[in-house]
Design a protein around this ligand. Sequence first.
Ligand code: ADP
Ligand code: MG
Length: 433
Amino acid sequence: MELTVYFFFNLSLLIVLLFSGVLLAEKSKRFWSYQPIFIIYLIISLILCFLFTYQLEGINVVFDLRKVPFVIGSLYMGLGPFLAAFIMLVRGFLGIDYGFWMTVLYYGGLAILFWRISPWFLKCSPKQRILFSVGVTFLFSFAQTFSFGIWHLPQSSSTVWFVFLVIQPIGVGIISYIIEEIIMTIQLRQRTMKTKRLEAVERMGAAISHEIRNPLTTAIGFVQLLQNDAISKENHTQYLSIIKNELKSAERVIQDYLNFSNPEIKSMEPLLLQEELEQVVQMLQPLAKQNSVKTVSIYSMGEKIIGDKQKFHQCFVNIMKNAIEAMPKGGILTVETESTETTVSILVKDTGSGMTLEQVTRLGEPYYSTKGNKGTGLGIMVVYSIVRAMNGTIHVESSIGKGTTFEFKFPSLSSTLLEAVETKEAEKELVMS
Ligand code: ADP
Ligand code: MG
Protein backbone atom coordinates (compact mmCIF):
# COMPACT_ATOMS: atom_id res chain seq x y z
CA MET A 1 0.00 0.00 0.00
CA GLU A 2 2.74 2.36 1.03
CA LEU A 3 4.49 1.67 -2.26
CA THR A 4 1.36 2.49 -4.25
CA VAL A 5 0.96 5.86 -2.53
CA TYR A 6 4.65 6.55 -3.13
CA PHE A 7 4.28 6.09 -6.89
CA PHE A 8 0.93 7.84 -7.11
CA PHE A 9 2.62 10.82 -5.49
CA ASN A 10 5.39 10.67 -8.09
CA LEU A 11 2.80 10.48 -10.85
CA SER A 12 0.91 13.52 -9.56
CA LEU A 13 4.18 15.45 -9.52
CA LEU A 14 4.66 14.57 -13.22
CA ILE A 15 1.17 15.86 -13.98
CA VAL A 16 1.66 19.09 -12.00
CA LEU A 17 4.95 19.58 -13.84
CA LEU A 18 3.19 19.11 -17.18
CA PHE A 19 0.62 21.80 -16.31
CA SER A 20 3.38 24.15 -15.20
CA GLY A 21 5.11 23.56 -18.54
CA VAL A 22 1.90 24.37 -20.41
CA LEU A 23 1.43 27.57 -18.40
CA LEU A 24 5.01 28.60 -19.09
CA ALA A 25 4.65 27.88 -22.81
CA GLU A 26 1.41 29.89 -22.94
CA LYS A 27 2.95 32.83 -21.09
CA SER A 28 6.16 33.09 -23.01
CA LYS A 29 4.67 32.21 -26.38
CA ARG A 30 6.70 34.87 -28.10
CA PHE A 31 10.08 33.54 -27.00
CA TRP A 32 9.46 29.85 -26.64
CA SER A 33 7.57 27.36 -28.66
CA TYR A 34 6.02 24.34 -27.01
CA GLN A 35 8.73 22.02 -28.30
CA PRO A 36 11.75 23.13 -26.21
CA ILE A 37 9.59 23.44 -23.11
CA PHE A 38 8.32 19.91 -23.69
CA ILE A 39 11.87 18.57 -23.98
CA ILE A 40 12.82 20.30 -20.71
CA TYR A 41 9.65 18.84 -19.16
CA LEU A 42 10.72 15.32 -20.19
CA ILE A 43 14.20 15.69 -18.76
CA ILE A 44 12.98 17.12 -15.43
CA SER A 45 10.33 14.37 -15.27
CA LEU A 46 12.99 11.70 -15.76
CA ILE A 47 15.15 13.22 -13.03
CA LEU A 48 12.10 13.35 -10.76
CA CYS A 49 11.37 9.67 -11.46
CA PHE A 50 14.93 8.74 -10.56
CA LEU A 51 14.56 10.64 -7.28
CA PHE A 52 11.59 8.39 -6.52
CA THR A 53 13.44 5.18 -7.28
CA TYR A 54 12.52 2.15 -5.16
CA GLN A 55 14.96 -0.67 -4.42
CA LEU A 56 13.40 -4.12 -4.24
CA GLU A 57 14.90 -6.37 -1.65
CA GLY A 58 16.29 -9.66 -2.88
CA ILE A 59 17.04 -8.66 -6.48
CA ASN A 60 19.36 -6.11 -8.03
CA VAL A 61 16.54 -4.11 -9.57
CA VAL A 62 15.45 -0.56 -8.83
CA PHE A 63 12.15 0.50 -10.14
CA ASP A 64 10.40 3.80 -10.72
CA LEU A 65 8.12 5.59 -13.21
CA ARG A 66 10.84 6.53 -15.75
CA LYS A 67 8.91 4.58 -18.36
CA VAL A 68 6.15 7.21 -18.35
CA PRO A 69 8.13 10.19 -19.72
CA PHE A 70 10.11 7.79 -21.92
CA VAL A 71 7.04 6.39 -23.70
CA ILE A 72 5.44 9.84 -24.03
CA GLY A 73 8.58 11.58 -25.32
CA SER A 74 9.48 8.74 -27.70
CA LEU A 75 6.06 8.47 -29.29
CA TYR A 76 5.00 12.12 -29.38
CA MET A 77 8.37 13.65 -30.23
CA GLY A 78 10.46 10.81 -31.62
CA LEU A 79 13.01 11.41 -28.85
CA GLY A 80 13.41 7.71 -28.01
CA PRO A 81 17.18 7.35 -28.57
CA PHE A 82 17.95 10.57 -26.69
CA LEU A 83 15.75 9.70 -23.70
CA ALA A 84 17.04 6.11 -23.62
CA ALA A 85 20.64 7.34 -23.57
CA PHE A 86 19.77 9.70 -20.72
CA ILE A 87 18.06 6.90 -18.77
CA MET A 88 21.00 4.52 -19.30
CA LEU A 89 23.44 7.16 -18.15
CA VAL A 90 21.58 7.93 -14.92
CA ARG A 91 20.87 4.24 -14.29
CA GLY A 92 24.61 3.58 -14.76
CA PHE A 93 25.34 5.92 -11.86
CA LEU A 94 23.04 3.87 -9.64
CA GLY A 95 25.15 0.77 -10.30
CA ILE A 96 26.21 -1.47 -13.19
CA ASP A 97 24.22 -4.52 -12.22
CA TYR A 98 21.61 -6.85 -13.64
CA GLY A 99 18.99 -4.06 -13.61
CA PHE A 100 21.34 -1.79 -15.59
CA TRP A 101 21.84 -4.34 -18.36
CA MET A 102 18.11 -4.97 -18.53
CA THR A 103 17.60 -1.20 -18.84
CA VAL A 104 20.07 -1.11 -21.75
CA LEU A 105 18.30 -4.02 -23.42
CA TYR A 106 14.74 -2.81 -22.97
CA TYR A 107 15.17 0.91 -23.43
CA GLY A 108 17.70 0.51 -26.24
CA GLY A 109 15.41 -1.79 -28.19
CA LEU A 110 12.27 0.22 -27.54
CA ALA A 111 13.99 3.51 -28.33
CA ILE A 112 14.77 2.31 -31.86
CA LEU A 113 11.30 0.82 -32.28
CA PHE A 114 9.50 3.95 -31.03
CA TRP A 115 11.74 6.17 -33.10
CA ARG A 116 10.70 4.26 -36.22
CA ILE A 117 6.99 4.17 -35.43
CA SER A 118 6.69 7.75 -34.10
CA PRO A 119 5.80 9.25 -37.55
CA TRP A 120 3.08 6.62 -38.00
CA PHE A 121 1.89 7.22 -34.41
CA LEU A 122 1.54 10.96 -35.00
CA LYS A 123 -0.74 10.32 -37.98
CA CYS A 124 -3.21 8.32 -35.87
CA SER A 125 -6.33 9.85 -34.32
CA PRO A 126 -6.04 11.22 -30.74
CA LYS A 127 -8.04 8.29 -29.35
CA GLN A 128 -5.83 5.74 -31.14
CA ARG A 129 -2.74 7.50 -29.84
CA ILE A 130 -3.91 7.36 -26.21
CA LEU A 131 -4.89 3.69 -26.51
CA PHE A 132 -1.64 2.80 -28.25
CA SER A 133 0.49 4.56 -25.60
CA VAL A 134 -1.36 2.84 -22.77
CA GLY A 135 -1.25 -0.57 -24.52
CA VAL A 136 2.42 -0.39 -25.34
CA THR A 137 3.28 0.65 -21.75
CA PHE A 138 1.26 -2.25 -20.40
CA LEU A 139 3.09 -4.75 -22.63
CA PHE A 140 6.45 -3.21 -21.79
CA SER A 141 5.69 -3.42 -18.05
CA PHE A 142 4.39 -6.96 -18.42
CA ALA A 143 7.58 -8.10 -20.12
CA GLN A 144 9.68 -6.42 -17.43
CA THR A 145 7.87 -8.03 -14.52
CA PHE A 146 8.69 -11.42 -15.97
CA SER A 147 12.30 -10.77 -16.82
CA PHE A 148 12.97 -9.21 -13.41
CA GLY A 149 11.50 -12.26 -11.72
CA ILE A 150 9.20 -10.02 -9.71
CA TRP A 151 6.44 -12.61 -9.78
CA HIS A 152 8.39 -15.00 -7.54
CA LEU A 153 9.42 -12.39 -4.98
CA PRO A 154 8.05 -13.20 -1.55
CA GLN A 155 7.35 -9.66 -0.32
CA SER A 156 4.34 -7.54 -1.39
CA SER A 157 4.35 -8.95 -4.88
CA SER A 158 0.76 -7.89 -5.56
CA THR A 159 1.64 -4.24 -4.84
CA VAL A 160 4.63 -4.45 -7.15
CA TRP A 161 2.44 -5.96 -9.85
CA PHE A 162 -0.04 -3.16 -9.32
CA VAL A 163 2.63 -0.49 -9.71
CA PHE A 164 3.97 -2.08 -12.89
CA LEU A 165 0.76 -3.07 -14.59
CA VAL A 166 -1.66 -0.38 -13.42
CA ILE A 167 0.05 2.81 -12.24
CA GLN A 168 2.48 3.04 -15.15
CA PRO A 169 -0.09 2.53 -17.96
CA ILE A 170 -2.55 4.84 -16.16
CA GLY A 171 0.17 7.47 -15.84
CA VAL A 172 0.93 7.32 -19.56
CA GLY A 173 -2.83 7.40 -20.27
CA ILE A 174 -3.42 10.53 -18.19
CA ILE A 175 -0.42 12.40 -19.59
CA SER A 176 -1.17 11.52 -23.21
CA TYR A 177 -4.81 12.56 -22.65
CA ILE A 178 -3.65 15.96 -21.35
CA ILE A 179 -1.25 16.32 -24.30
CA GLU A 180 -4.04 15.51 -26.76
CA GLU A 181 -6.24 18.17 -25.14
CA ILE A 182 -3.42 20.72 -25.45
CA ILE A 183 -2.85 19.83 -29.12
CA MET A 184 -6.57 20.21 -29.77
CA THR A 185 -6.70 23.62 -28.06
CA ILE A 186 -3.71 24.90 -30.05
CA GLN A 187 -5.18 23.65 -33.33
CA LEU A 188 -8.55 25.18 -32.52
CA ARG A 189 -6.91 28.50 -31.71
CA GLN A 190 -4.95 28.46 -34.97
CA ARG A 191 -8.10 27.64 -36.95
CA THR A 192 -10.07 30.42 -35.25
CA MET A 193 -7.32 32.94 -35.97
CA LYS A 194 -7.22 31.92 -39.62
CA THR A 195 -11.00 32.16 -39.94
CA LYS A 196 -10.98 35.56 -38.25
CA ARG A 197 -8.31 36.82 -40.64
CA LEU A 198 -10.25 35.55 -43.64
CA GLU A 199 -13.43 37.09 -42.29
CA ALA A 200 -11.68 40.44 -41.86
CA VAL A 201 -10.36 40.34 -45.44
CA GLU A 202 -13.80 39.39 -46.75
CA ARG A 203 -15.51 42.12 -44.75
CA MET A 204 -12.91 44.61 -45.91
CA GLY A 205 -13.36 43.61 -49.55
CA ALA A 206 -17.14 43.71 -49.36
CA ALA A 207 -17.20 47.03 -47.57
CA ILE A 208 -14.62 48.65 -49.85
CA SER A 209 -16.45 47.62 -52.98
CA HIS A 210 -19.72 48.78 -51.44
CA GLU A 211 -18.22 52.12 -50.40
CA ILE A 212 -16.71 52.69 -53.83
CA ARG A 213 -19.64 51.41 -55.84
CA ASN A 214 -22.07 53.90 -54.28
CA PRO A 215 -20.35 57.09 -55.43
CA LEU A 216 -19.43 55.51 -58.77
CA THR A 217 -23.06 54.55 -59.48
CA THR A 218 -24.16 58.10 -58.68
CA ALA A 219 -21.42 59.52 -60.90
CA ILE A 220 -22.38 57.23 -63.80
CA GLY A 221 -26.01 58.33 -63.44
CA PHE A 222 -25.06 61.97 -63.75
CA VAL A 223 -22.70 61.30 -66.67
CA GLN A 224 -25.66 59.72 -68.46
CA LEU A 225 -27.74 62.82 -67.72
CA LEU A 226 -24.93 64.98 -69.11
CA GLN A 227 -25.03 63.03 -72.36
CA ASN A 228 -28.45 64.48 -72.93
CA ASP A 229 -27.96 67.57 -75.13
CA ALA A 230 -31.09 69.27 -73.89
CA ILE A 231 -29.91 70.11 -70.36
CA SER A 232 -29.37 73.69 -69.33
CA LYS A 233 -25.96 75.22 -68.68
CA GLU A 234 -26.85 75.61 -65.01
CA ASN A 235 -27.73 71.91 -64.62
CA HIS A 236 -24.60 71.00 -66.55
CA THR A 237 -22.38 72.76 -64.00
CA GLN A 238 -24.35 71.33 -61.08
CA TYR A 239 -24.08 67.77 -62.40
CA LEU A 240 -20.35 68.13 -63.01
CA SER A 241 -19.89 69.32 -59.44
CA ILE A 242 -21.87 66.32 -58.10
CA ILE A 243 -19.77 63.94 -60.21
CA LYS A 244 -16.59 65.55 -58.90
CA ASN A 245 -17.74 65.18 -55.29
CA GLU A 246 -18.74 61.56 -55.77
CA LEU A 247 -15.42 60.69 -57.38
CA LYS A 248 -13.63 62.50 -54.56
CA SER A 249 -15.54 60.43 -52.04
CA ALA A 250 -14.50 57.18 -53.81
CA GLU A 251 -10.93 58.41 -53.80
CA ARG A 252 -11.15 59.13 -50.06
CA VAL A 253 -12.20 55.53 -49.37
CA ILE A 254 -9.20 54.23 -51.31
CA GLN A 255 -6.85 56.70 -49.63
CA ASP A 256 -8.08 55.77 -46.13
CA TYR A 257 -7.73 52.10 -46.97
CA LEU A 258 -4.21 52.55 -48.29
CA ASN A 259 -3.23 54.48 -45.19
CA PHE A 260 -4.56 51.69 -43.04
CA SER A 261 -2.97 48.83 -44.93
CA ASN A 262 0.36 50.60 -45.08
CA PRO A 263 0.94 52.18 -41.66
CA GLU A 264 4.65 51.50 -41.92
CA ILE A 265 6.64 54.42 -40.63
CA LYS A 266 9.22 55.19 -43.29
CA SER A 267 11.12 58.27 -42.18
CA MET A 268 11.64 58.84 -38.48
CA GLU A 269 12.54 62.35 -37.48
CA PRO A 270 12.26 64.53 -34.37
CA LEU A 271 8.92 66.34 -34.44
CA LEU A 272 8.29 69.53 -32.51
CA LEU A 273 4.75 68.93 -31.31
CA GLN A 274 3.71 72.56 -31.12
CA GLU A 275 4.72 73.19 -34.72
CA GLU A 276 3.19 70.06 -36.20
CA LEU A 277 -0.09 70.28 -34.31
CA GLU A 278 -0.48 73.96 -35.18
CA GLN A 279 -0.06 73.14 -38.87
CA VAL A 280 -2.90 70.61 -38.60
CA VAL A 281 -5.11 73.08 -36.72
CA GLN A 282 -4.48 75.74 -39.41
CA MET A 283 -5.18 73.24 -42.17
CA LEU A 284 -8.59 72.50 -40.65
CA GLN A 285 -9.55 76.15 -40.06
CA PRO A 286 -11.89 76.33 -43.10
CA LEU A 287 -13.84 73.26 -41.88
CA ALA A 288 -13.92 74.66 -38.32
CA LYS A 289 -15.26 78.01 -39.58
CA GLN A 290 -17.92 76.21 -41.58
CA ASN A 291 -19.15 74.52 -38.35
CA SER A 292 -18.62 77.68 -36.22
CA VAL A 293 -16.03 75.85 -34.16
CA LYS A 294 -13.49 77.85 -32.16
CA THR A 295 -10.04 76.31 -31.76
CA VAL A 296 -7.90 76.72 -28.64
CA SER A 297 -4.30 75.52 -28.41
CA ILE A 298 -2.43 75.08 -25.12
CA TYR A 299 1.12 73.90 -25.68
CA SER A 300 3.74 73.29 -23.04
CA MET A 301 7.06 74.37 -24.49
CA GLY A 302 9.41 72.50 -26.78
CA GLU A 303 8.15 68.92 -26.55
CA LYS A 304 9.50 66.58 -29.15
CA ILE A 305 8.80 63.03 -30.20
CA ILE A 306 10.25 60.77 -32.87
CA GLY A 307 7.91 59.99 -35.73
CA ASP A 308 6.94 60.26 -39.36
CA LYS A 309 5.77 63.80 -40.09
CA GLN A 310 3.28 62.90 -42.78
CA LYS A 311 1.70 60.07 -40.77
CA PHE A 312 1.57 62.25 -37.67
CA HIS A 313 -0.34 64.89 -39.65
CA GLN A 314 -2.63 62.26 -41.11
CA CYS A 315 -3.39 60.93 -37.63
CA PHE A 316 -4.32 64.32 -36.13
CA VAL A 317 -6.19 65.47 -39.23
CA ASN A 318 -8.44 62.42 -38.81
CA ILE A 319 -8.94 63.04 -35.08
CA MET A 320 -9.58 66.78 -35.34
CA LYS A 321 -11.83 66.36 -38.36
CA ASN A 322 -13.97 63.94 -36.37
CA ALA A 323 -14.01 66.38 -33.47
CA ILE A 324 -15.16 69.24 -35.70
CA GLU A 325 -17.72 67.02 -37.41
CA ALA A 326 -19.08 66.10 -33.96
CA MET A 327 -19.88 69.80 -33.39
CA PRO A 328 -22.15 70.73 -36.35
CA LYS A 329 -23.73 73.53 -34.31
CA GLY A 330 -20.47 75.01 -33.12
CA GLY A 331 -18.28 74.41 -30.10
CA ILE A 332 -14.72 74.49 -28.91
CA LEU A 333 -11.88 72.29 -30.11
CA THR A 334 -8.99 72.25 -27.64
CA VAL A 335 -5.56 70.86 -28.47
CA GLU A 336 -3.31 70.53 -25.45
CA THR A 337 0.10 69.01 -24.80
CA GLU A 338 1.57 67.86 -21.50
CA SER A 339 4.79 66.08 -20.68
CA THR A 340 6.52 63.99 -18.06
CA GLU A 341 10.15 62.88 -18.06
CA THR A 342 9.50 59.91 -20.29
CA THR A 343 6.23 60.58 -22.10
CA VAL A 344 4.40 63.35 -23.86
CA SER A 345 0.61 63.54 -24.00
CA ILE A 346 -1.53 65.18 -26.64
CA LEU A 347 -5.15 65.88 -25.73
CA VAL A 348 -7.76 66.65 -28.39
CA LYS A 349 -11.00 67.74 -26.72
CA ASP A 350 -14.30 68.69 -28.28
CA THR A 351 -17.62 69.86 -26.91
CA GLY A 352 -19.58 67.85 -29.45
CA SER A 353 -22.14 65.08 -29.53
CA GLY A 354 -20.04 62.59 -27.53
CA MET A 355 -20.30 58.81 -27.69
CA THR A 356 -21.86 56.03 -25.66
CA LEU A 357 -19.56 53.45 -24.04
CA GLU A 358 -20.53 50.98 -26.75
CA GLN A 359 -19.55 53.46 -29.46
CA VAL A 360 -16.22 54.15 -27.74
CA THR A 361 -15.40 50.44 -27.59
CA ARG A 362 -16.22 50.10 -31.28
CA LEU A 363 -13.79 52.87 -32.27
CA GLY A 364 -11.10 51.52 -34.58
CA GLU A 365 -13.35 48.82 -35.95
CA PRO A 366 -13.21 48.87 -39.76
CA TYR A 367 -16.17 50.65 -41.37
CA TYR A 368 -17.71 51.68 -38.10
CA SER A 369 -19.26 55.04 -38.88
CA THR A 370 -22.33 56.92 -37.72
CA LYS A 371 -22.10 59.38 -40.60
CA GLY A 372 -23.87 57.41 -43.31
CA ASN A 373 -22.69 58.29 -46.80
CA LYS A 374 -20.42 61.05 -45.50
CA GLY A 375 -18.21 58.73 -43.44
CA THR A 376 -15.90 55.90 -44.41
CA GLY A 377 -15.39 54.46 -40.93
CA LEU A 378 -11.68 54.08 -41.69
CA GLY A 379 -10.31 57.27 -40.10
CA ILE A 380 -9.94 56.05 -36.52
CA MET A 381 -8.65 52.71 -37.75
CA VAL A 382 -5.84 54.55 -39.54
CA VAL A 383 -5.19 56.57 -36.38
CA TYR A 384 -4.85 53.43 -34.28
CA SER A 385 -2.43 51.80 -36.70
CA ILE A 386 -0.25 54.94 -36.99
CA VAL A 387 -0.13 55.44 -33.21
CA ARG A 388 0.76 51.78 -32.68
CA ALA A 389 3.57 52.08 -35.25
CA MET A 390 4.89 55.11 -33.33
CA ASN A 391 4.84 53.19 -29.99
CA GLY A 392 2.04 55.37 -28.68
CA THR A 393 -1.20 54.66 -26.84
CA ILE A 394 -4.71 56.10 -27.10
CA HIS A 395 -7.23 56.66 -24.33
CA VAL A 396 -10.73 57.93 -25.09
CA GLU A 397 -13.19 59.51 -22.70
CA SER A 398 -16.58 60.58 -23.88
CA SER A 399 -19.98 61.49 -22.57
CA ILE A 400 -23.12 61.98 -24.63
CA GLY A 401 -23.98 65.62 -25.24
CA LYS A 402 -20.87 66.89 -23.45
CA GLY A 403 -18.01 65.94 -25.73
CA THR A 404 -15.05 63.70 -26.24
CA THR A 405 -11.38 63.71 -25.24
CA PHE A 406 -8.78 61.70 -27.12
CA GLU A 407 -5.58 61.34 -25.13
CA PHE A 408 -2.43 60.21 -26.95
CA LYS A 409 0.74 59.22 -25.16
CA PHE A 410 4.08 58.88 -26.97
CA PRO A 411 7.56 58.22 -25.63
CA SER A 412 9.38 61.55 -25.45
CA LEU A 413 12.35 62.20 -27.71
CA SER A 414 14.83 62.03 -24.80
CA SER A 415 13.54 58.65 -23.60
CA THR A 416 13.54 57.27 -27.17
CA LEU A 417 17.11 58.45 -27.69
CA LEU A 418 18.19 57.02 -24.34
CA GLU A 419 16.67 53.69 -25.24
CA ALA A 420 18.42 53.73 -28.64
CA VAL A 421 21.77 54.51 -26.99
CA GLU A 422 21.26 51.71 -24.44
CA THR A 423 20.40 49.22 -27.18
CA LYS A 424 23.47 50.28 -29.16
CA GLU A 425 25.68 49.88 -26.11
CA ALA A 426 24.21 46.47 -25.33
CA GLU A 427 24.86 45.42 -28.93
CA LYS A 428 28.41 46.72 -28.67
CA GLU A 429 29.01 44.74 -25.48
CA LEU A 430 27.63 41.65 -27.15
CA VAL A 431 29.99 42.03 -30.10
CA MET A 432 32.96 42.63 -27.79
CA SER A 433 32.23 39.59 -25.64
P1 ADP B 1 -15.88 58.46 -40.13
O1 ADP B 1 -15.43 59.78 -39.60
O2 ADP B 1 -15.63 58.30 -41.59
O3 ADP B 1 -17.28 58.12 -39.74
P2 ADP B 1 -13.97 57.44 -38.27
O4 ADP B 1 -13.25 56.17 -38.20
O5 ADP B 1 -13.15 58.68 -38.39
O6 ADP B 1 -14.97 57.33 -39.47
O7 ADP B 1 -14.90 57.57 -37.01
C1 ADP B 1 -15.75 56.51 -36.68
C2 ADP B 1 -16.91 56.97 -35.84
O8 ADP B 1 -16.47 57.31 -34.54
C3 ADP B 1 -17.61 58.19 -36.35
O9 ADP B 1 -18.57 57.88 -37.32
C4 ADP B 1 -18.24 58.76 -35.07
O10 ADP B 1 -19.46 58.12 -34.82
C5 ADP B 1 -17.29 58.33 -33.99
N1 ADP B 1 -16.42 59.44 -33.54
C6 ADP B 1 -15.12 59.60 -33.81
N2 ADP B 1 -14.62 60.71 -33.21
C7 ADP B 1 -15.65 61.28 -32.56
C8 ADP B 1 -15.81 62.47 -31.74
N3 ADP B 1 -14.78 63.30 -31.49
N4 ADP B 1 -17.03 62.70 -31.21
C9 ADP B 1 -18.05 61.87 -31.44
N5 ADP B 1 -17.99 60.76 -32.20
C10 ADP B 1 -16.81 60.47 -32.75
MG1 MG C 1 -13.50 60.48 -39.60
